[in-house]
Design a protein around this ligand. Structure first.
Ligand code: NCD
Length: 439
């Protein structure tokens, strides 16, 4: 089993880990001071920003960061000016831009685009937002903003509110928070909850558990008084088997997101989860930091701007700081390097598993076989290596014993990931000489 190169940029917040984040925050502190050690650190480098969806903060903060480090910038700021509108594939665009720059920041409407762009450009690519999948540099901004206030995430509880189904910043933040040990309260607007698979993967990867908590404000936001809370498994035993669903006393931060209309999101009966100014008096959020990746719509009234906990313009201020640190870590001298991100193993490309079921996956229309990866401590989950969508694998064989098992059989958990050979159908496996066993 190969692994995707760990230094091929930044595609997903899943690849962060506690040590990376600790070191990243220290590097961001250095970037915030803007001392002479970083001025001109990237002189002679060219950074390309290719934005195939609208952006104000993300693109400009990346470009500001690049210029402050002495790098040159080339850009596609308006998708209508790129060859994508003439029908060019991302593969061909990536190959082309790969010859013009040293690093690319790519924003794209399709899930998994940044991984494909890195593969075909041969350069480090930073995901500037891909479809509804992820926005990891925004997560670094969000986490760094919280870190500046808190110093540590231990014991902190963060509510994530709004369009969780389509919002890439919320999805990435959940991964990020699960790596620093914070509790996460999931507050989807009605009808806009995450797909089930994501929660399962988060639980499995982070060694978190799920618990229900309640609060009257949740009813106004999510249409239910109860919400799911992710928390580290090693919390107090007394909390493990609560006989009732406890009230949540307070949130340390509340992260709001807008309804992602451009991704087809609609709010049920026009109601979309947001805060109202009078709710800021409620003990649940009275002292909470209020974050939002912006742009905002009605979910975050302007009147909240004066609240002591409002941090969204601090997030925008920290955007270029965080992006300076990212550039330094990926392109700068050795003294700025960070611990390697967690590599995501990718399965054998010959074992094609058919098209990805996600119609918004970048593989659709790019005419390339879908690479897969496998993960799971407590189950084996086969995913599209571009967009993380579960693939409909029904059988798994072991390459060394040539025995074939149904996917849910406990025997599959005993096969080393590098020996796993997934199949969609039994007869394909039998053609390759795998022998069927019931367990
Ligand atoms: C977000 C994005 O584009 O995903 N904005 C941002 O990058 N600051 C959030 C959004 O558009 O809602």
């Amino acid at each position: 089993m190969r692994t995707l190169p760990a230094n091929d940029g930044l595609h997903s917040a899943e690849a962060f880990h506690a040590e990376y984040l600790r070191n990243f925050f220290l590097l961001a502190d250095r970037a915030d001071k803007n001392g002479s050690e970083i001025a001109d650190a990237l002189r002679g480098k060219v950074i390309a920003t290719v934005f195939e969806e609208p952006s104000t903060r993300t693109r400009l903060s990346f470009e500001s960061a690049a210029l402050k480090l002495g790098a040159g910038v080339i850009t596609v700021a308006d998708p209508r000016t790129s060859s994508h509108t003439k029908g060019e594939s991302l593969r061909d665009s990536a190959r082309t831009v790969g010859g013009y720059a040293d690093l690319i920041v790519w924003r794209h409407p399709h899930d998994g685009a940044s991984r494909l762009a890195a593969q075909f450009s041969g350069l480090p690519v930073i995901n500037g937002g891909d479809g509804r999948l992820g926005h990891p540099s925004q997560t670094l901004v969000d986490l760094y903003t919280l870190y500046k206030d808190w110093g540590s995430f231990e014991g902190k509880t963060v509510g994530i509110l709004g369009d969780l189904l389509h919002g890439r910043t919320a999805r990435s933040l959940a991964w990020g928070l699960s790596l620093v040990g914070a509790r996460i309260v999931i507050l989807p607007s009605p009808g806009l909850a995450w797909e089930e698979g994501l929660e399962r993967r988060l639980l499995d990867r982070s060694r978190y558990r799920l618990r229900r908590v309640r609060h009257p404000l949740f009813l106004a936001w999510s249409g239910k008084e109860e919400a799911q809370m992710f928390e580290p498994r090693d919390l107090r035993q007394a909390d493990l088997f609560p006989s009732h669903v406890p009230d949540l006393e307070k949130l340390d931060a509340l992260y709001l997101t807008r309804l992602q209309k451009e991704r087809g999101a609609t709010s049920k009966q026009g109601a979309y989860a947001g805060i109202q100014i009078h709710q800021l008096k409620d003990p649940l959020i009275k002292d909470a930091l209020i974050l939002h990746p912006l742009p905002r719509c009605e979910e975050l009234p302007v009147a909240v701007d004066d609240a002591p906990g409002a941090r969204y313009f601090e997030q925008t201020r920290l955007g270029p700081v965080v992006r300076k640190a990212l550039f330094l870590s990926l392109l700068g001298p050795e003294k700025f390097s960070l611990p390697t991100l967690t590599p995501l193993p990718v399965g054998d490309p010959d074992a094609a598993l058919g098209p990805c079921p996600n119609r918004n996956c970048i593989s659709a229309g790019e005419d390339i076989p879908v690479p897969w990866r496998v993960e799971g401590h407590s189950f084996r989950h086969f995913l599209c290596a571009f967009c993380d969508t579960a693939l409909p694998v029904e059988y798994a064989g072991c390459r060394s014993t040539r025995r074939l098992h149904p996917i849910h059989s406990p025997s599959v958990m005993r096969i080393l990931p590098e020996n796993l050979r997934p199949f969609l159908e039994r007869n394909e496996a039998q053609k390759e000489g795998y022998v069927w066993t019931e367990a």
